[in-house]
Design a protein around this ligand. Structure first.
Ligand code: ACO
Length: 312
């Protein structure tokens, strides 16, 4: 029995912040941002909408789509680096808000790879028959740790949440391989100090291009398949140039790669589950498709998984 994804959900704030809006606050241009990142606009949460509020909305949608209720959830994992408070966790906040039972709930800190870390953790509990329906959320309010005077980083990020319910699925479906990793020697390239995010863009870019391609291919080859078997790719939506590098490594057509970076920017742990939920609702993923989800982030961390789509 494999663990698979039986429901997905997402939430993004209403407020759209365009590249033209950014031109008014830092020395940048719409043209530079589009060419170097592929980003056209992003969503920014107002003061009264916090990380846990976005997580809650995405979670509700995923639970509904799974055809279960909050009472059926038996564990909650939330991937985030922008929790409402140092503690308690966002997972505990949404456990209460959803009206879930007194189940285990915790946050995972693995930056943009956090959702993959969460799903792989959930898979272990499901396949060991310890828990049956695990809610995994990736959520960020990056706007609150963005230095709005630093053009190197201010243009990249957005706010939002994505969620999935991980449960047993039948037959050959579900998560069939994964890879997780971390390299703490990369901490100086991407970190948060006090309330602000710092990044050496060029170093992160080099790492990401290599790691995304390698991890995407590894999860396919370790189960005896080849890149020709891959039907759909969901890369972390950091920068279109990094996403393209992963796509080219797998040699799959443009329309078979999920792309929301132009609309939402880099939403860190939320980017992969938002893309997944959008793609499911748009009917882009077909039963039995072999999908690869791959991400990287501050840590440096990385993670990938291969998934055969479908629940029955
Ligand atoms: N507008 C205009 N010019 C800019 C901007 C901007 N917003 N930002 C940088 N520049 C300038 C630089 O100052 C530099 O000028 P110089 O040549 O006079 O020094 C020039 O543009 C080129 O800068 P580079 O850093 O070489 O630009 P690059 O092509 O590498 O793109 C970018 C920069 C987009 C940041 C890229 O390196 C990147 O995507 N890196 C990875 C970022 C990432 O994915 N981070 C994940 C973080 S997620 C998390 O963990 C929360």
């Amino acid at each position: 029995m494999n663990a698979g994804i039986i429901g997905t959900g997402h939430y993004v704030p209403d407020q759209v912040f365009t590249n033209k809006d950014l031109e008014k606050i830092v020395d940048t241009s719409d043209e530079w941002i589009r060419e170097r990142t592929g980003i056209e606009e992003r969503r920014i949460a107002p003061d009264h909408i916090n990380t846990s509020d976005m997580a809650y909305e995405a979670a509700k949608m995923a639970i509904d789509e799974a055809g279960i209720t909050a009472e059926d959830i038996d564990m909650i994992l939330v991937a985030t680096v922008t929790s409402d408070m140092g503690f308690p966790s966002v997972a505990c906040q949404i456990q209460h808000k959803l009206g879930a039972k007194q189940i285990p709930a915790m946050d995972i800190s693995a930056a943009c790879a956090g959702f993959i870390y969460g799903v792989v953790t959930a898979k272990q509990f499901v396949e060991a028959n310890v828990h049956k329906n695990i809610l995994v959320v990736g959520v960020e309010k990056l706007s609150k740790i963005t230095n709005w005077e630093d053009r190197n980083t201010a243009v990249l990020f957005g706010d939002g949440a994505g969620a999935a319910v991980i449960s047993p699925v039948s037959g050959e479906k579900g998560i069939i391989s994964h890879e997780l990793g971390a390299d703490g020697s990369g901490i100086p390239h991407l970190y948060q100090d006090e309330d602000v995010l710092y990044m050496n863009g060029r170093e992160v870019f080099k790492f990401a291009v290599r790691q995304m391609g390698d991890s995407a291919l590894n999860v396919v080859e370790k189960i005896g398949l080849t890149k020709d078997d891959v039907d759909y790719l969901i890369p972390h939506q950091a920068n279109i140039r990094i996403m393209e590098a992963a796509r080219q490594k797998l040699d799959i057509p443009v329309e078979k790669m999920s792309k929301y970076v132009h609309k939402y920017g880099n939403t860190s742990a939320a980017s992969i589950p938002i893309a997944l939920s959008e793609d499911v609702k748009a009917g882009k993923i077909k039963e039995n498709d072999l999908m690869v989800l791959v991400g990287f982030g501050g840590g440096l961390t990385w993670g990938a998984l291969a998934l055969r789509w479908g629940r029955s």
